[in-house]
Design a protein around this ligand. Sequence first.
Ligand SMILES: NC(=O)c1ccc[n+]([C@@H]2O[C@H](COP(=O)([O-])OP(=O)(O)OC[C@H]3O[C@@H](n4cnc5c(N)ncnc54)[C@H](O)[C@@H]3O)[C@@H](O)[C@H]2O)c1
Length: 307
Amino acid sequence: MKILVTGALGQLGSELIPSLGERYGFDSILATDVREGNLKGVRMVKMDVTSLDSLKKLIRDEGIEEVFHLAAILSANGEKNPDLAYSVNMNGTWNILAASRDNDVKKVIIPSTIGVFGPDTPKKMVPPETIIRPRTMYGITKLASEFLGQYFSDRFGLDCRGLRFPGLISYSSPPGGGTTDYSIEMIMAAARGQSYQCFLKEDARLPMMYMPDAISSLISLSEADPKSLKRRMDYHVSAFSFTPGELYAELRKRRPEFTVTFKPDYRQEIADQWPESLDVSESARDWGFSPAYGFSSMIDDMLKHIS
Ligand SMILES: NC(=O)c1ccc[n+]([C@@H]2O[C@H](COP(=O)([O-])OP(=O)(O)OC[C@H]3O[C@@H](n4cnc5c(N)ncnc54)[C@H](O)[C@@H]3O)[C@@H](O)[C@H]2O)c1
């Protein structure tokens, strides 16, 4: 199997690629990103997903059979530059799907996000089917990407799969301009003996997940028997929910000298539109989603690795 990963240098890609390499062989992975960079053990090619012709050529020439499409502009950066977010998230996704359809790619995996929800969405234990009216460019383009994946599956028989991630917490590469980045920054500051100014309110509760569980959920969904999948692009995954205040309190138990001040900025308006928790029962039922890390074990593991 030959696997293409777009947005490979990002927070998710840089951790997905080692796992894919160990599972399927590093020779089978082609890592691409619009930025220059290297990832250990895999071939890296510079590739802009907004360029349909070069994408088609790459997929054809390399005999790509499966795509993990991770290239995106995330929520906070999307509000700073909505034109770019539209171009990368909408046109990039269309291009990936069209190039995959035209070159007999077997499967396309596209992560979605809690950013698809809007202020009308209920707050607690939100199921995949609910009121979904996003008001951010990130949310609008990611919801459209879910529909595009469904369309290409129904219309062209392309096996598209996707899940909605909550905020993802990891230590090995910097977060990519999302609203939940504060959690990583706060843990990093605590580990390094620095103080931290949080850009969300102390009581802004959001769903979250540790990166090892995000990686295993993407791989499990991609390997699931298609007959067991009742949904296509919008499976919910999440491991726990917390507020910045609760994270601060947990960090103070481990680093009593650590201090945080709260100064909410424009990202609080984005967080206000998102739910506090997700119903993940359909993912558990259809493809065995079961996160290994809880809130406390995630913090301990993050501190261990950063320290
Ligand atoms: N990180 C999270 O908390 C989170 C949460 C929910 C969903 N997601 C989803 O997961 C996926 C990956 O997110 P991430 O956290 O790794 O994001 P990231 O911002 O860290 O990485 C995205 C990568 O895409 C690349 N990119 C940007 N424009 C490109 C273009 N035109 N062509 C090719 N590459 C381009 C960037 O250089 C970057 O390396 C996205 O679809 C995102 O919506 C992430």
